[in-house]
Ligand binder design. Structure first.
Ligand SMILES: [Fe+2]
Length: 325
């Protein structure tokens, strides 16, 4: 890991805006928000504070919010249009935007125990996702892991940052193919989905449209390859980049309690739903907010690459006291 002084360490842990309290819970991402009641429409000032907190903290958590599915959808719509997931189980015609994850002894969890940001197989992946825990939760297990992909980008060496700037990767709906069987009807259906959701090229380094931070934007669930590289080169580079989400310093482990709501900025984070609770029950609801175009960084000009993003202040030993003998 590339040692750099983390700017978020200098921020206050607790801040207050528009009557709500924001308590930072992780160094690189994560904050708990209290003093709001999501059963009712939020005053504009509180909503603005939450929207800003989402970008700043990348993951925001609300505890003890015993709200209805309708209130969850209404809260999501404050941020933008809700999207319909083409493959996830939803509420049907009445509320196709409401995804219901109902995992229990008859329905093991499927396919979310891989690091990813949501739906990057789309041309415009979602800007954010909101996940609500009901009161049916495992007694132990079923946590969700998150990783700050802006911190993961910052932690790459200058050489690697320069190398991946301007590259594009191919994202594909591959994890959903096993949902289709081998019957002729199923194969036709799959073909239709493949036409609706063709592979997409996204920049490997994207710029967050609000914060302006650079974000590492490849994930092992949807990213197939780096565009324009030999397969072996692409695999080696992707292995290195996928590994960034596995580094504990960039992660936050979220423990669910009944009526907890988590909202993540899907432009700057990845997550992994830990599948350690089967056959216990875990009933969750999710809404997803439409995103915009993904903007990348240009290919770096070696002559203008800066030497170091964060320079350690005078007197700070970035090698943890270790000295060569
Ligand atoms: Fe997800």
């Amino acid at each position: 890991m590339n040692p750099r002084v983390n700017p978020s360490v200098a921020r206050p842990v607790v801040s207050q805006r528009a009557g709500i309290t924001i308590r930072r819970t992780g160094v690189n991402l994560g904050a708990e928000i209290s003093g709001v009641d999501l059963r009712h429409p939020l005053p504009d000032a509180q909503f603005a504070a939450i929207e800003a907190a989402l970008v700043e903290n990348e993951l925001i958590i609300f505890r003890d919010q015993d709200i209805t599915s309708e209130a969850l959808m209404a809260f999501g719509r404050r941020f933008g249009e809700l999207t319909v997931h083409p493959f996830a189980p939803n509420e049907g015609k009445n509320a196709p935007e409401l995804i219901k994850f109902r995992n229990d002894e008859t329905t093991p969890p499927f396919g979310t125990d891989v690091w990813h940001s949501d739906e990057t197989f789309r041309a415009e992946p979602p800007m954010a996702t909101i996940l609500r825990a009901t009161d049916e939760l495992p007694a132990v297990g079923g946590d969700t892991m998150f990783a700050s992909m802006s911190a993961a980008y910052d932690g790459l060496s200058d050489r690697m940052q320069q190398y991946i700037s301007g590259l594009h990767a191919i994202h594909d709906m591959k994890p959903f193919r096993p949902l289709f069987g081998q019957s002729l009807e199923d194969r036709k259906k799959l073909q239709q989905f493949e036409l609706m959701y063709p592979p997409q090229l996204h920049p490997v380094v994207r710029i967050h449209p609000v914060s302006g931070r650079k974000v590492l934007f490849v994930n092992p669930q949807f990213t197939l390859a780096i565009d324009g590289m030999e397969e072996r080169e692409s695999r080696a580079l992707l292995d290195t980049l996928f590994h960034q989400a596995l580094i504990p310093e960039y992660q936050f482990r979220h423990r669910w309690e009944p009526h907890t709501i988590a909202m993540w900025d899907n432009r700057s984070t990845q997550h992994y739903a830990v599948h350690d609770y089967y056959p216990q029950r875990r009933y969750m609801e999710r809404v997803t907010i439409k995103g915009g175009p993904v903007t990348g960084v240009p290919r770096a000009d070696p002559a203008s690459v800066r030497r170091a993003k964060y320079v350690a202040p005078e007197g700070v030993d970035t090698h943890g006291g270790h000295k060569p003998h």
